[in-house]
Design a protein around this ligand. Structure first.
Ligand SMILES: C[S@@+](CC[C@H](N)C(=O)[O-])C[C@H]1O[C@@H](n2cnc3c(N)ncnc32)[C@H](O)[C@@H]1O
Length: 268
């Protein structure tokens, strides 16, 4: 059912997660695949209350975010899902979530009604989409493993698909990603749990951002640590992107994050 480099693991909320042996990277939080989908993707997106929700699920995997959206939003008119691994997407209904939702996924794999599957590199698909989405989930592997999923150019292309009142959600709260979202013209905020940041949301509508970045957090994005991943033609390898970023950091006149922290300490 799965590629040989992918292993099934049990996460702490009892739901099944996956681990990619080749990449040495987990697909889902060890604290709970289902919980993660709800807390980092669905909960922040609940600010959107449209009648006919259009959702874009980038890096669908086995579909926790889509399944959790189906469970929590009653007014979905369409979900477009992008995933590079056909095997995962096409077997996703076998990772049982809830009977009726598993059935919806299976039937849409056979005949697209509500859910459309785009099986290819997101960098190829993204330029072919022409809708505006109310909610966008972005759930790529971490940038130190797959920086091509977090480049400034990809994020700009994703932002072009976001409705002016829509919301973008990701678990990623790294500085280069926050900076790329700001550079795309979005208001950016934190997804919080027990006062800790567990993810990021962004919107062109300021009112959708409940916990905006504070002044200091924005200042941090003007340091070297927030230099974005660059993938100008959306075709660089991860290694090329990392190498280019390292060169850019080396040649940059921006302050380092530790320097900024020292200045702030001395001011206090
Ligand atoms: C962190 S996992 C996502 C987990 C997923 N949301 C779920 O609920 O199972 C990252 C996913 O990105 C997919 N992926 C990796 N590179 C991709 C690319 N270039 N384009 C689209 N999907 C990609 C992987 O196959 C994997 O399923």
């Amino acid at each position: 059912m799965l590629d040989e480099n992918i292993e099934i693991i049990k996460t702490k909320d009892g739901s099944v997660g996956l681990y990619d042996k080749k990449l040495d990277e987990i697909f889902h939080s060890i604290y709970g695949a289902k919980t993660e989908a709800f807390e980092k993707f669905i909960q922040p997106a609940k600010i959107i209350d449209n009648k006919h929700l259009k959702i874009l699920d980038i890096c669908y995997g086995i579909g926790y975010n889509t399944k959790c959206a189906l469970e929590n939003f009653k007014n979905i008119s369409l979900i477009d899902c992008i995933e590079i691994n056909k095997n995962l997407a096409f077997n996703s209904y076998k990772f049982s979530y809830r009977d009726d939702i598993d059935k919806i996924i299976k039937s849409n794999l056979e005949k697209n009604n509500l859910i459309h599957f785009y099986i290819n590199d997101v960098r190829k698909i993204i330029k072919t989409l022409d809708k505006k989405y109310d909610i966008i989930f972005h759930d790529g592997f971490a940038p130190h493993k797959q920086s091509e999923l977090w480049s400034e150019e990809l994020i700009l292309n994703i932002s072009k698909l976001l409705d002016e009142n829509g919301i973008y959600c990701t678990y990623n709260h790294s500085k280069p990603v926050l900076k790329a979202l700001l550079n795309a013209g979005l208001f950016v905020g934190k997804t919080l749990k027990d006062n800790k940041t567990i993810g990021t949301c962004a919107s062109f509508n300021k009112e959708n951002i409940l916990n905006p970045l504070n002044n200091y957090e924005i200042e941090e994005l003007n340091t070297k640590s927030a230099i974005t991943y660059k993938d100008p033609f959306l075709n660089f390898t991860h290694q090329e992107i990392i190498k280019k970023r390292e060169e850019e950091i080396k040649n940059s006149n921006l302050m380092t994050l530790s320097h900024l922290k020292k200045i702030k300490l001395n001011q206090d």
